[in-house]
Design a binder for this molecule. Sequence first.
Ligand SMILES: Nc1nc2c(ncn2[C@@H]2O[C@H](COP(=O)(O)OP(=O)(O)OP(=O)(O)O)[C@@H](O)[C@H]2O)c(=O)[nH]1
Ligand SMILES: [Mg+2]
Length: 403
Amino acid sequence: MKLIIGIIGKPSSGKSTFLNASCLTNAKVSELPFTTITPNKGIAYVKTNCMCQKLNLEDNPQNSLCIEGNRFIPINLLDVAGLVPDAHKGKGLGNKFLNDLSTADILLHILDITGSLDKSGNLVMEGENDPYEDVIFLEEEINLWFKEIIEREDWNKFIKSFSREKREFIDELHKRLSGIKVNKKEILLALKETNLEETNPNEWNEKDLYHFSKKLREISKPIIIIANKIDKEIGRENLKKLKEKYSGPIIPCSALAEYYLRKYHEDKLIKYLPGSSSFEILQPDKFSVGELEALNNIKSKILDRYKDTGVQKTLNYSIFEIANQICVYPVSDLNSFSDNNGNVLPDVMLVKKGTLLRDFVREKIHTDLANHFMFGINAITKKRLGENYELQHNDIIKVVTSK
Ligand SMILES: Nc1nc2c(ncn2[C@@H]2O[C@H](COP(=O)(O)OP(=O)(O)OP(=O)(O)O)[C@@H](O)[C@H]2O)c(=O)[nH]1
Ligand SMILES: [Mg+2]
């Protein structure tokens, strides 16, 4: 199952621009709030050092791309409509829009760091809106969405008749929450971390239910704060202020700058590798004076200051730090590191840290093969690996089956 990253934020914060910059899609973008109504989807790529470099091999990637020794691995992005305060009560079609996020594993909160949009995405004076308030209100909306889903369908009646059988309680919670991709493990962890594990839900008050919903949301759909529109000078000041109030990680970003860099690269006007801190202008005569100045600003005001536009950094941070994924390369031939067709290092799979070889075979390769699994072999060390081997980042593995 590929991971899905949902893009959230109030109207006009730059969600569709972030999607387009990440995926080179053509989702409609405009200054007007609620430009997006039905979700836009795209394929983006996380970037990692390819093992072809280390092994000095020429590879033939099949499920991913390799550019100058960087492996780009596909992930799914989902850009939804803007959310406004009280969305969980249905405001601004909030419930429908929230439900569009059901399949997301991680949420990127695209924040308008210029503070020039009110909570509904209408233009106000620069700096008039406090981005910190947006951080708070949006998180609250998502937490309350979880709470509503739990409370739906006679919650009070259910807990009143509750027979203290813990499994039954977990099953019921899971039934209510499976539609938004919450599993039992996450439910158990949330109960534990809120110290509600040993309590009788019969005795839960509103606060308990809220804390549980919030914790479960944090575990099952973590939110990452992206300070977008950092290309504007006021954005820099606001970012500083936001950091004083909010201690979690914030990634400075200019989705618009990234979009232009990728587009120009695609048109062969510049050379730019996503996530890098520089670009090279290949055809200066194809740009107007204004465009050259804009490119210069991207360099001096974004890349030189923040090291990149923030888009690739966000994707990598989401997958490798928040979703705790590592890279594993399955191969068939131990000497050439290739598949049955001679493709060298053909595929890279993203798997969760801690995954055991047997689960990897079942989930990522083939259920059928899993039934005939014998052992694995580390292609570099040629060491045999049992089914309980815990996969490590950048493992190159051959799976041996009896079939
Ligand atoms: N300066 C600047 N403007 C941006 C950036 N990203 C987006 N914008 C502008 O912000 C406006 C809104 O962008 P959209 O991508 O349509 O925003 P959205 O969040 O998808 O909006 P809705 O679909 O209406 O919720 C457009 O005018 C974009 O050009 C950025 O990084 N810098
Ligand atoms: Mg949009």
